[in-house]
Design a protein around this ligand. Structure first.
Ligand code: ADP
Ligand code: MG
Length: 360
């Protein structure tokens, strides 16, 4: 049985279609990430699950039960937001106890549950304090705890780490991942941060303008993107996308002589009517030296270099395109010079320039 299912869900605000024909099946015990740019409909989808918005069409099913007509408080979902939403005048203990008090749980039982969750989240020492005396990371842990005490069927996270600094984001992210595995909880986690999505998700759905672009494991999303949007949304530095034209034994990039044609490309392109493609190459897959016999060699001009700790990122010009290379300690040539670069055709993605779908 699926933990949570969307069946042809539509939602508009006035004339703006925000969620369009959403079909999605989230497994019981899965950490499922919705990843997409700001405004693509992520929060709206969570609010539909929580019952804070009505859908126009379709069904949402939790544990086999259609929840369309069930009141928000009876849906047994808990939401954690970016801005914590703690009660400032209450102690941490009372903040954690509040959802249980509302449900008329006995004081003794509440104490047991709160103390257990507080210890799970490392909040025991903080129970008598007020939210304003806590750091951002501690407050977010309290918000998490307040969701936990309710023991919901589904946890909903709406960009819960956006207000934390980089270091805390990483540690809180690990905490959420650990909790999810301990509790075997079903979680729907919304973010616009591709790194967060790749590191956290059992599976990811990529959203753009209210439509799912692709659903898959982080590896599938990164290595096998179905279209240009997905390819360019994950990965840092961004994937190189080179607009190219097929010209017999080469693919020409801008006015440049381009890249030699690989046999596998010729095979994949032979039934295509278009000769306008986009070649996608991740920056870590371009090298200064040949790695294998079938590598393709091409010339590029070095523009500038950035230090990235473990590597340098080298920006080069190839025809009219700029490409990023992230595979070596330092560039073997200086700015303004031409250098030879190598890529294996197996590490290249080919897209149709017109419909932006992947060909190979
Ligand atoms: P995200 O969380 O991905 O940034 P949202 O779900 O918040 O996106 O919003 C998606 C779109 O719906 C945006 O264009 C936003 O302006 C619009 N929207 C969201 N809520 C409302 C509302 N209550 N009334 C009108 N438009 C809304
Ligand atoms: Mg949002």
């Amino acid at each position: 049985m699926a933990g949570l299912e969307f069946k042809s869900v539509y939602k508009s605000f006035g004339r703006t279609v925000v969620v369009e024909d959403l079909n999605l099946s989230i497994h019981d015990g899965e950490l499922f990430v919705l990843l997409g740019p700001s405004g693509c409909g992520k929060s709206t989808i969570l609010r539909l699950i929580a019952g804070l918005e009505y859908m126009d069409e379709g069904e949402i099913v939790i544990d086999g039960r259609v929840i369309n007509n069930i009141a928000p408080k009876d849906r047994n979902v808990a939401m954690v937001f970016q801005n914590y939403a703690l009660y400032p005048h209450m102690t941490i203990y009372d903040n954690l106890a509040f959802p249980l008090k509302v449900k008329k749980v006995s004081a003794e039982k509440i104490r047991g549950i709160v103390e257990k969750q507080a210890s799970l989240l490392g909040l025991t020492e903080l129970l008598e304090r007020k939210p304003r005396t806590l750091s951002g990371g501690q407050r977010q842990r309290v918000a998490l705890g307040r969701a936990l005490v309710r023991d919901p069927s589904v946890f909903l996270f709406d960009e819960p780490l956006s207000n934390l600094d980089a270091k805390l984001r990483v540690s809180t992210r690990a905490e959420i991942s650990r909790l999810q595995r301990t509790l075997e909880a079903t979680m729907v986690y919304v973010t616009h941060d591709q790194e967060e999505a790749l590191s956290l998700g059992d599976r990811i759905a990529i959203l753009n303008e209210g439509r799912i672009q692709q659903i898959g494991t982080p590896e599938e999303i990164y290595d096998q993107p179905r279209n240009i949007f997905t390819a360019s949304f994950v990965g840092s530095p961004k994937i190189n996308l080179l607009e190219a034209r097929i010209a017999e034994d080469r693919v020409k990039i801008g006015g440049n002589s381009g890249i030699p044609m690989a046999d596998s490309w010729r095979e994949a392109l032979k039934d295509k009517t278009t000769d306008a493609i986009v070649i996608g190459i991740r920056p870590e897959n371009i090298f200064y030296e040949r790695k294998s016999g079938d590598d393709l060699a091409f010339q590029a001009e070095i523009l500038h270099t950035e230090f990235a700790g473990d590597r340098h990122v080298i920006f080069c010009r190839l025809g009219e395109s700029e490409i990023r290379v992230k595979s070596g300690k330092a560039a073997p040539s200086a700015e303004g010079e031409k250098m030879e670069l190598f890529v294996n055709p197996q590490n290249c993605l080919l897209f149709d320039q017109k419909n932006e779908k992947r060909i190979l």
